[in-house]
Ligand binder design. Structure first.
Ligand SMILES: O=C(O)CCC(=O)C(=O)O
Length: 265
């Protein structure tokens, strides 16, 4: 499943994709629930997104779906194959499943034009002093997500920067990266032609950097290095973006994080 080529790609870019890792029959109940709830909220009819639904109804619907993430319906997506791949990528070190578990990532069709955003770039876990790779994040699709369809955006290669420089919050990492022209440009609201970040490669400290967009078919799974800078993508497609994510933290990183928080109090 994780062969030498994938392992190398993961080390270099911080992102690896496993096609159809989760079977359609395992995904179907969770996907059907999402569409049934959207239908009740008036946002989904005859396989199509209905624009103009009361935003409060849609918000309530998505919130209640997000609250289902701990249910067996969503937990079932965390298959033995998914767990084995996560373990394999971290050299079989013990992992902790972070909360929220099996988080639903939902974006309605919300954009007429698509661009790489300049904002909301962040990390979910601070950079740690003692642990380089803190863990991996898995993303899967309950239904097809096409390019420009709201999939998560990540800066491939960014996990290889700022290592071994002590504990650093997401904000601090961002501020440090912004000293480099590539990241300054990426996070500049006035920087034009923003699709170029998907096609062009930047470089910082001899590390190749490129924005990657997660898109794929139901059951495809991406694993990403938790150190990657990432953001939300706009959804310029006709379909809602329905993804599920789970973060796996190394037990050693979890202990280091706990210690860092206690010290910071
Ligand atoms: O695709 C998204 O909704 C963004 C996901 C994200 O920011 C995260 O996992 O922290």
């Amino acid at each position: 499943m994780i062969d030498a080529a994938k392992r190398e790609l993961f080390a270099e870019r911080g992102i690896v994709k496993l096609d159809r890792l989760i079977a359609a029959s395992v995904l179907a109940p969770a996907r059907d629930l999402v569409y049934a709830r959207l239908r009740s909220a008036g946002a989904w009819r005859d396989g199509r997104w209905i624009h103009g639904t009361d935003p409060a109804d849609l918000k309530g619907c998505v919130k209640s779906l997000k609250n289902r993430s701990k249910s067996a319906l969503f937990q079932r997506l965390l298959t033995a194959e998914v767990k084995a791949a996560a373990h394999s990528l971290v050299g079989h070190a013990p992992l902790v499943e972070m909360r929220p578990q099996m988080q639903l990532l939902f974006t309605p069709p919300n954009a007429s034009a698509w661009a790489v955003p300049h904002n909301i770039w962040h990390l979910d876990v601070p950079r740690l002093a003692a642990t380089s790779l803190p863990g991996v994040q898995m993303f899967t699709f309950l239904d097809e997500v096409e390019p420009r369809g709201g999939g998560t955006l990540l800066v491939a290669g960014s996990h290889r920067l700022l290592n071994g420089q002590g504990t650093m919050s997401s904000r601090r990492v961002k501020n440090r990266l912004k000293r480099e022209p590539y990241f300054r440009d990426l996070m500049d609201r006035h920087a034009a032609h923003r699709e170029r970040f998907l096609h062009e490669t930047g470089e910082v400290d001899s590390v190749a950097l490129q924005v990657a967009e997660l898109h794929g078919q139901p059951g495809d799974v991406y694993f990403t290095d938790l150190r990657l800078l990432h953001s939300l993508g706009p959804n310029a497609a006709a379909m809602p973006r329905i993804m599920v994510t789970q973060r796996f933290l190394l037990e050693t990183a979890s202990k280091e994080l706990e210690h860092a928080y206690v010290k910071g109090r």
